[in-house]
Design a protein around this ligand. Structure first.
Ligand code: EPZ
Length: 420
């Protein structure tokens, strides 16, 4: 699967109906792929989404000597012949999530050179919290113009605490701790469900991990074994489609999800007046005749996730009255609002973190730019509810995290096509 430079063209105004299967979680799969570095036996991952980020991460490992097979959403990884070399700087630079390779590579080889992962359009995204925690655990970290060198030092720190919570930082350090022959305590960890999906895999591989509140105690081993694990349903994809269903759906069922992972979203849905019905592993959602305005303030799990802030911002352009958004996690995640303004949305951007949205406004089709993964998906949904035609440049940003989105939405009745 290559990055296809293309755009989406959408003819809006069609109501959507039917069922959609939610993919496996991107942000679980990426870290579980990294875990395969910790064993010389096969790791088999099921329910892995076929999306660009996953393919690129697998490619980084392949270039370093790993054997990878990816069929029907099952990924088999054998890192027996993995070489101790720097992960491809170009691929690392294009995909920030690749930082989770540092922990397991360091545990396996004792030293890693890693180029700067770079920031992106949602903020500068430094890795200082990861580095501080590695240092606490006895790792020497140096930086030059090209990137970082991580080296297991002589000291063996056994305890670290994140001053501020970091999701991938937590996973990076869990991966490191699981691969070394000692017990490590990590405090103030992230509690995202994907973190626990990774912990399950590491336990199956032989690590002992006790997570109590925000503290994890990990007894690792340099001799972990192979294992099979299944990625949880992608709650970020599910949230995107749930919000789509709430503004463009005549009745949509989302299958293969864990409704409990989206409690903060359901709470907002109740407040806004959106009808939904939860089952064991699915949710049915209908568009109400009237949406109430609300306030969104993003936070770490179990709070309202930053990734669902853009589609929610779109939804609030359709609510009756004044809504308020506060983005607390990233410095620059309101850029999509400027694109919505081009469609006629009435929005006052107060600063990089806050905006007021006034609704309801009938959106008009426009030529738009997909800025990042979640903003791109948001504009795509905006196109579905707008009058007339919308085009969205940068479809590859959306392909990073949503598998075959145009086919899956077409089945629900959307008029959307990809053009080169
Ligand atoms: C994860 O990013 C997700 N990525 C993001 O999803 C998600 O938006 C984000 O968590 C939500 O918190 C993956 O899981 C691969 P953080 P992550 O470390 O781990 C700052 C998507 O589209 N920070 O919790 O990078 C950072 O800049 C992606 O699927 C530091 O300052 O997020 C940010 O402002 C986008 N120093 C905040 O903390 C550090 O060392 C939270 O970052 C680390 C983070």
């Amino acid at each position: 699967m290559e990055a296809r430079i293309s755009k989406f063209v959408i003819n809006g105004g069609k109501l959507l109906k039917g069922a959609i299967d939610i993919s496996g979680a991107k942000n679980a799969a990426m870290k579980m792929i990294a875990a395969s570095i910790l064993t010389q036996e096969e790791v088999r991952l099921e329910n892995v989404p076929k999306i660009l980020d996953v393919i690129k991460l697998a490619e980084i490992l392949q270039k370093m000597g790993a054997k990878i097979e990816f069929q029907n959403h099952t990924l088999k990884i054998d890192t027996t012949n993995l070489r101790s070399e720097e992960p491809d700087p170009e691929l690392v630079g294009a995909m920030r999530a690749s930082v989770v390779l540092i922990g397991p590579l360091l545990a396996r080889f004792g030293k890693v050179n890693f180029s700067h992962p770079g920031g992106d359009k949602i903020g500068s995204r430094p890795i200082d919290r990861h580095i501080q925690a590695f240092r606490d655990l006895g790792v020497e970290v140096t930086e030059d113009n090209h990137g970082y060198t991580f080296r297991q030092g002589r000291g063996t720190g056994t305890k670290t605490r994140f001053d501020k919570i970091t999701w991938t930082g937590t996973e990076n350090l869990l991966l490191f701790a699981a691969g070394r022959n000692q017990t490590t305590t990590i405090d103030n960890i992230a509690l995202e469900p994907e973190v626990f999906n990774l912990i399950d895999l590491l336990e199956k591989m032989g690590a002992k991990i006790q997570a109590t509140g925000r503290t994890a105690v990990i007894t690792g081993s340099s001799q972990l074994s192979g294992a099979t694990a299944k990625c949880i349903g992608d709650r970020l994809e599910a949230a995107t489609f749930a919000i789509m269903a709430a503004i463009a759906g005549e009745g949509i069922t989302l299958n293969h999800i864990e409704p409990a992972h989206l409690e903060a979203l359901w709470e907002k849905f109740r407040e806004i007046g959106i009808k939904f019905e939860k089952k064991d592993d699915s949710v049915y959602i209908e568009r109400p005749s009237k949406l109430r305005p609300t306030t969104i303030s993003t936070a770490e799990y179990p709070g309202f996730i930053t990734d669902s802030q853009p589609p929610m911002g779109l939804l609030l352009t359709q609510a009756e009255g004044e809504s308020y958004i506060r983005e607390n996690i990233f410095e620059n995640r309101l850029g999509y609002l400027k694109e919505l303004q081009k469609m006629g949305a009435r929005i006052e951007i107060l600063d990089n973190h806050q905006a007021k949205i006034f609704g309801p406004t009938k959106l008009a089709g426009a030529d738009l730019q997909s800025l990042d993964l979640r903003a791109g998906a948001t504009l795509l949904i905006a196109g579905l509810i707008a009058n007339g035609q919308t085009s969205i440049e940068g479809a590859e940003n959306i392909d990073r995290g949503y598998e075959n989105i145009e086919e899956r939405l077409s089945i629900l009745g959307a008029d959307i096509k990809r053009v080169a």
